[in-house]
Ligand binder design. Structure first.
Ligand code: ADP
Length: 256
């Protein structure tokens, strides 16, 4: 009998980075987006996989809501965000009939879709696949890690705001990484200070340094602080042209 070798859709992906946070609203999707754009602007081929099934925000942030995914022989073709097809995105947002449709699914259905996302998206050749996850450490995280790690080792970036509550939640993420054997690439402290656009003075609205302190304590790299940038919030809310708008934000150089 002729044996047919299955070629994984992740065979051409060099590195997988999972972006995690303990809480919602700390800027995990923002950091995933900025990270993907920073890598893209550095000449890398990047894919973004949005596994935040109940709150997919990346299509809106990247002004790609109106786009559709379609099928090819090897699975789903992701949405390409530029003409050169060097940055691509897959999200449940593209599968919903209306962008505001709620995903009210139990664990097994979510897990099945995550497996499909991992196995059936035809990414092609990528230098980096950035995976944006829901907050916390839920079924979705375990399914994502289990499905991805059969193909490639995974690195994790943890996002926190400077406050103690958020930092405490990241401690749980660190435990999750340890238990699941994920390599922690480092911690990013987001919303870390506000630089006044008029006088350039930096005000630490939420205190500062919690992320760095935690990184030191846990013995993992601290990757840096991303300031609060009202222009970035506006761009993300309005889904402006990401190629033009993001690199101008104060967060972009910090992540680059
Ligand atoms: P999460 O994915 O953790 O739920 P988001 O990335 O969706 O968080 O961010 C929550 C909100 O905060 C969004 O409206 C986003 O525009 C805003 N935001 C996040 N980081 C920054 C930042 N550094 N500067 C300004 N606004 C930010």
């Amino acid at each position: 009998m002729e044996e047919r070798e299955e070629i994984s859709n992740l065979a051409g992906v060099q590195h997988i980075i999972l972006v995690l946070s303990g809480k919602g609203g700390v800027g995990k999707s923002t950091v995933s987006t900025e990270l993907a754009l920073a890598l893209h602007h550095a000449g890398k081929k990047v894919g973004i996989l949005d596994v935040d099934l109940c709150g997919p925000s990346i299509p809106r942030m990247l002004n790609a809501q109106a786009k559709d995914v379609h099928q090819c022989d090897s699975g789903w073709v992701p949405v390409f965000l530029d003409q050169e097809k060097s940055i691509s995105l897959m999200s449940i947002g593209f599968l919903l009939e209306k962008p505001d449709d709620a995903v009210v699914w139990r664990g097994p259905k979510k897990n099945a879709l995550i497996k499909q996302f991992v196995n059936d998206v035809a990414w092609g050749e990528l230098d980096f696949l950035i995976v944006d996850t829901p907050p916390g450490t839920s079924d979705e995280h375990i399914s994502t890690v289990d499905a991805l790690r059969t193909y490639k080792p995974i690195g994790a970036i943890l996002v926190t705001t400077p406050q103690a509550v958020s930092v405490g939640d990241v401690r749980r993420e660190l435990t999750f990484c340890k238990k699941t054997g994920l390599r922690v690439i480092g911690i990013i402290e987001n919303m870390s200070g506000f630089v006044c656009p008029h006088c350039s003075e930096c005000t630490n609205i939420f205190s500062k340094g919690g992320g760095e302190e935690l990184a030191k304590h846990a013995g993992v790299p601290f990757l840096g602080c991303v300031p609060l940038d009202p222009q970035l919030t506006q761009s993300l809310e309005q889904g402006k042209d990401f190629m033009q708008e993001f690199p101008q934000s104060a967060a972009f150089p910090a992540i680059s």
